[in-house]
Ligand binder design. Structure first.
Ligand code: ADP
Ligand code: MG
Length: 385
C-alpha cells in the first residue's frame, strides 16, 4: 500500500481538485507499563508508534469544515451550528467536529478548513486511532490558523473533544502520547499533575524491538468490567481514607491490605499500588540506560493484571506465555483489557520467531490468527510539509 502521507495528499487532490496547503501526522500509541493507574491519579508510560494518521489540509472561507476519510471514503461537512454545542455531528466526523468545538470553546478563532484523512493506525485495537485522528486534525487547525496554543495545552483540548463532544470517557494519556511523545523516548505522565517527562527509551541502540501483537480477541463486556474496576478502586481508596490509590505507597501496601476485608477489593488495590511502583521502577531503569532489564517488570505487570485485576482473556494470556517461551525478555497485555494488544520486548533478530511462536500457539488453541507489527518508539504529532 502507498505511504499514508501520500494517500492523504492524493485523497485531498481527488476530493478538492488542488494540492493541500500542508500535511500533519499524529501517531497511535501503546502503553509500555502502567495499566488502570490513570484514573487512580497514578503513573503511565506510553510511547508513540510508527503507525500514523495523516491529515492533508487547506483553509476555506467562512466557518465551514469539510473532511474526507479514506477509511469509509465518506465526506462529512459541518458549520458553526454543528460546533455550537457537543453532539450535533455523530459518527467518525464527531472526532473532527469535537476538535473544532473544543478549540472554539477555549476561545480560539478556528479557520474554516478542508481535510483529507488517511491512517495506518488500526481502529479499535487499543492503539488509540481516535487520539491520532484528533491530534492530526488539531495540529493542522492550529498551524493553518496560526493559533496560540502551545503543545503542552493541546492534549487537554483533544481530550475534551473526545470526552465532551464525542461522549467517550477517556483519560489524558492517549492525547498526551499522540501530541507530546518524542522519537526514541517514552512519555512518563503523572495523571494527577499532568506533568510529563521524556524518558530515553532507545530500543534500537540496545539491539531490541517491541513486538506488538493484536490479539484479535473480541472485546467481551469491556465497558461494564471497566466501570466495575473503577468502582472497586474508588471503594478501596474510600475505605483507606485517601483521595486516590496513588496515595498508597508501596511501603504502606501491607498495612493497607490488612484494612480491607473484601478479598476482591484487596486484589484490585494491590494491582494498582504495585503497578504504580512498576512504572517508577521502569522509569528508573530507563533513566539509567538499563533498557534490557525492564522485561521482568513488564511480565510482572501482566501477572498482576491477570491474577489481581482479572482483566486478561485466554487469547491474551496465550500470546504472553508463547512470547516468553520463545525468548521475549518480557511481555504484557497493554490497554484496558478484555482484548487489545500484547507487547513483547524482543531482541531485534528474534522478533519474527517470537511472532511465529505466538501464531502457532494460537493455532493450537483454535483462536483466529493474531496480527503483529514490530515497532520502535516514534515521535508525536508533527507537520510533514
Ligand atoms: P481506538 O482509539 O482504540 O482505536 P476508539 O473506539 O477510541 O478506538 O476510536 C475509534 C473510532 O475513531 C472509529 O470508530 C472512528 O469513529 C474514529 N476514527 C479513528 N481513526 C479514523 C480515521 N482514520 N478515519 C475516520 N474515523 C476514524
Ligand atoms: Mg480511542
Amino acid at each position: 500500500m502507498t505511504d499514508v502521507a501520500e494517500r492523504a495528499a492524493a485523497g485531498f487532490r481527488t476530493r478538492y481538485g488542488e494540492p493541500p496547503a500542508g500535511r500533519w501526522a499524529a501517531p497511535g500509541r501503546v502503553n509500555l507499563i502502567g495499566e488502570h493507574t490513570d484514573y487512580n491519579d497514578g503513573f503511565v508510560l506510553p510511547f508513540a508508534l510508527p503507525l500514523r494518521t495523516v491529515a492533508a489540509a487547506a483553509g476555506q472561507d467562512g466557518a465551514r469544515w469539510t473532511v474526507w476519510s479514506e477509511l469509509s471514503d465518506e465526506t462529512v461537512t459541518f458549520g458553526a451550528d454543528e460546533v455550537a454545542e457537543p453532539g450535533r455531528v455523530t459518527g467518525w466526523g464527531a472526532y473532527v467536529a469535537g476538535v473544532v468545538w473544543a478549540l472554539r470553546d477555549a476561545g480560539h478563532d478556528v479557520p474554516g478548513a478542508r481535510l483529507a484523512i488517511a491512517s495506518d493506525v488500526p481502529l479499535g485495537a487499543g492503539l488509540s486511532s481516535s487520539a491520532a485522528l484528533e491530534a492530526a486534525v488539531l495540529t493542522a487547525l492550529v498551524d493553518l490558523g496560526g493559533l496560540d496554543l502551545p503543545a503542552e495545552r493541546q492534549p487537554r483540548l483533544a481530550q475534551r473533544a473526545e470526552n465532551v463532544y464525542v461522549g467517550a470517557p477517556t483519560g489524558i494519556m492517549d492525547q498526551s502520547a499522540a501530541i507530546r511523545c518524542r522519537d526514541g523516548h517514552a512519555l512518563f505522565l503523572d495523571c494527577r499533575t499532568e506533568e510529563v517527562e521524556h524518558i530515553p527509551f532507545d530500543l534500537h541502540a540496545a539491539g531490541l524491538a517491541m513486538l506488538v501483537v493484536d490479539s484479535h480477541a473480541p472485546h467481551r463486556h469491556a465497558d461494564g468490567e471497566y466501570a466495575a474496576r473503577r468502582r472497586s478502586c474508588e471503594a478501596g481508596a474510600a475505605r483507606l481514607g485517601v483521595p486516590a490509590l496513588r496515595d498508597v505507597g508501596i511501603d504502606q501496601l501491607d498495612t493497607a491490605l490488612a484494612r480491607l476485608d473484601d478479598p476482591e477489593t484487596r486484589r484490585r488495590v494491590r494491582h494498582v499500588v504495585t503497578e504504580d511502583q512498576r512504572v517508577l521502577d521502569t522509569v528508573a531503569l530507563l533513566r539509567a540506560g538499563r533498557v534490557r532489564e525492564i522485561g521482568p517488570l513488564l511480565t510482572a505487570s501482566h501477572v498482576s493484571m491477570r491474577d489481581d485485576f482479572e482483566i486478561t482473556v485466554p487469547e491474551i494470556d496465550t500470546a504472553v506465555e508463547a512470547a516468553l517461551a520463545a525468548g521475549a525478555l518480557g511481555a504484557r497485555m497493554t490497554g484496558g483489557g478484555f482484548g487489545g494488544c500484547v507487547l513483547a520486548l524482543v531482541e531485534v533478530d528474534a522478533a519474527e520467531a517470537v511472532a511465529d511462536a505466538v501464531t502457532a500457539a494460537y493455532a493450537k488453541k483454535g483462536f483466529p490468527a493474531p496480527g503483529h507489527v514490530t515497532v520502535l518508539p516514534a515521535g508525536g504529532a508533527t507537520r510533514l510539509d
